[in-house]
Design a protein around this ligand. Structure first.
Ligand code: MN
Length: 148
């Protein structure tokens, strides 16, 4: 697939280094954030093709950061793919991640093959155009929540 601008959010230095190495080996460009606040600040400066988001981070965790990003995307056709990175995924966690607005998740320790496949899938779907949800939302009638 084509090279992607990947935003990696991870507070653990060793995991940062490992994932950056893998991503650069695949030919992607990587920017690192140490917490959710840094993710939001970096996105103000330059857009990312995909965000790899550690769930547990200090100051602002991956769930909060994802909710903030999805809030900002409301009413636009933008949908940055967000992949949760998590240790000890439990039954029901996937539901929590998806409800927060994440698109998928991968478990630590991150396998190179799993990461590669995930990013290939993202760059393929990015080539197909806007996220399908974006089109649905544009044409959808207002929901009860939006009504005055
Ligand atoms: Mn962490």
């Amino acid at each position: 697939g084509k090279p992607l601008n990947v935003l990696l959010a991870e507070d653990n230095r060793i995991n940062q280094a490992l994932v950056v190495m893998m991503l650069e080996n695949f030919g992607h460009h990587v920017v690192v954030a140490n917490n959710g606040e840094e993710v939001l600040a970096l996105l103000e400066k330059e857009p990312a093709d995909i965000i790899l988001m550690d769930v547990q981070m200090p100051r602002m965790d991956g769930i909060e950061a994802t909710k903030a990003i999805r809030n900002k995307e409301q009413g636009t056709s933008t949908h940055i793919p967000i992949i949760a990175i998590t240790a000890n995924a439990m039954a029901g966690d996937r539901e929590i991640f998806l409800n927060a607005g994440m698109d998928e998740y991968i478990s630590k320790p991150i396998g190179e093959g799993v990461l590669y496949e995930m990013l290939e899938g993202i760059s393929d779907s990015a080539a197909e155009g806007p996220h399908p949800d974006a089109q649905l939302e544009q044409g959808a009638p207002p929901t009860l929540e939006q009504a005055p």
